[in-house]
Design a protein around this ligand. Structure first.
Ligand SMILES: Cc1cc2nc3c(=O)[nH]c(=O)nc-3n(C[C@H](O)[C@H](O)[C@H](O)COP(=O)(O)OP(=O)(O)OC[C@H]3O[C@@H](n4cnc5c(N)ncnc54)[C@H](O)[C@@H]3O)c2cc1C
Length: 396
């Protein structure tokens, strides 16, 4: 079998890349190792608004949306609450299994061939260059020839590693466990909640993301810690009166790479995209939107490169330039916010929460985070010296 482009992984990045490459005239094969696209989900399912997706040309159907997000609520280690609330939706809770399938259906409609239960087990090389992919499909192994491979195989990507694009940044990851829970009381079904502190979720945070009135994704991500993420989650749920009697209707596990993008996202005949490329926001752990956005760029550049008969690293570099222009500033902001937050003790996080207002949270993401942190520092004598040292890079 011969294709122009083989996309490995049918998550948001892979399906978006496959759709756009097919729409641009390429013969595309999309591989998914699991038997069902989108399942099991490994996601809290919080995403930006449909308008944001529409800016990318993706019209989200109502069947993939479960709930409106109208604000964020943050809890410091000792329970100080900071809220940011809007009178309109600022995001949506998706039904991720449906969302991923919806993106794959669009890829199929555009002409991409899709194989599920098809695992890419190796890259085929000729004269040192990638010329194909070895696939295991329902236990049967075979080779397909291709001009470009798009590695969209997620955080545990082997494809990027086989192609020599391995990166340290993917090893900086939180280990996450989440329960989808039903029969729970929510403070506000349109607010997504975040809980910080070394006793709750060391090196990460815990979350309650409502999917409706009595249903929510309740999870946490940790780095390090005294015990497993699972034990921390059980303790977190036990500590919450509104959760402890709820039913667990699904268990989700997975890692989120929060170390920022990998150093290089293209090589001859290969593009890395989505979690594989570290396109996830280092502070929120949100990666759906960036995966779609970068997948679209990957599909477009790959199809054009095939048409032009030049699939070299130099030609594919257009992809790297374009995704960087679109999201690198935000990823770097996220890394800077994370670098400050991760060094703060529980007492410092409490002191920060005492002076933090909802509008400061918005500013942290929209403006220069260091300027905002310095302003916050001036508001609290408890923060000044240590945080100042962090901001100036002295305390590692
Ligand atoms: C617990 C948790 C909660 C999260 N919550 C949120 C959230 O609320 N909002 C948000 O925006 N982001 C969230 N994320 C991150 C988000 O899920 C990812 O950023 C997003 O899925 C990245 O999309 P992707 O297409 O790059 O990778 P993935 O969605 O991981 O897709 C990769 C696909 O490749 C397949 N694959 C892997 N290897 C092979 C192979 N060799 N051959 C064939 N197929 C292969 C996998 O089966 C998978 O389907 C969360 C992540 C976790 C783990």
């Amino acid at each position: 079998m011969e294709f122009d482009i083989v996309v490995v992984g049918a998550g948001p990045a892979g399906s978006s890349a496959a759709r756009v490459a097919a729409q641009n005239g390429a013969k595309v094969l999309l591989l998914e190792k699991r038997q069902e696209i989108g399942a099991p989900k490994r996601c809290g399912e919080a995403a930006p608004t449909t308008e944001e997706f529409e800016k990318l040309g993706v019209k989200i159907i109502s069947q993939v949306i479960r709930n409106e997000i109208r604000g964020y609520s943050f809890y410091s280690p000792k329970g100080i609450n900071v809220k940011v609330v809007w009178d309109h939706p600022v995001g949506y809770m998706l039904e991720r299994k449906m969302f991923d399938k919806f993106l794959a259906i669009q890829a199929a409609q555009a002409g991409a061939q899709i194989m599920v239960k098809a695992r890419a087990i190796n890259l085929l090389k000729g004269n040192g260059k990638i010329v194909g992919v070895k696939i295991n499909h329902f236990g049967e192994e075979f080779d397909v020839d291709t001009k470009i491979v798009i590695a969209a195989d997620g955080v545990e990507s082997k494809i990027a590693r086989w192609a020599g694009l391995n990166s340290k940044s993917l090893r900086d990851a939180t280990s996450n466990v989440q329960f989808e829970m039903a029969g729970i009381e929510l403070r506000d079904p349109n607010l997504i909640e975040f809980y910080f502190g070394s006793k709750v979720a060391p090196g990460g945070y815990a979350w309650i993301f409502p999917k409706g009135d009595y249903t929510a994704n309740v999870g946490l991500g940790i780095r390090g810690g005294q015990t497993t993420a699972f034990q921390y989650l059980k303790k977190f749920i036990e500590s919450k009166e509104n959760l402890r009697n709820g039913a667990i209707i699904e268990v989700n596990v997975g890692a989120t790479p929060i170390g920022g993008p990998i150093e290089k996202t293209v090589s001859d005949n290969l593009i890395a995209v989505g979690d594989t490329a570290g396109h996830i926001n280092p502070v929120t752990g949100g990666g759906i939107y960036n995966a779609v956005l970068c997948g679209i760029i990957a599909g477009e550049v790959a199809a054009k490169a095939v048409q032009e008969g030049d699939t070299s690293e130099t030609r594919l570099f257009e992809y790297e330039e374009r995704w960087k222009k679109a999201i690198l500033t935000n990823l770097e902001k996220g890394l800077r916010i994370k670098s400050v937050l991760e060094k703060m003790s529980d007492e410092e996080l409490d002191a920060l929460a005492e002076v933090l207002e909802g509008k400061d949270v918005v500013r942290l993401f929209r403006e220069d985070p260091m300027t905002v942190f310095i302003e916050l520092m001036k508001r609290s004598p408890k923060l000044s010296i240590k945080l100042l040292l962090d901001l100036s890079g002295f305390r590692k």
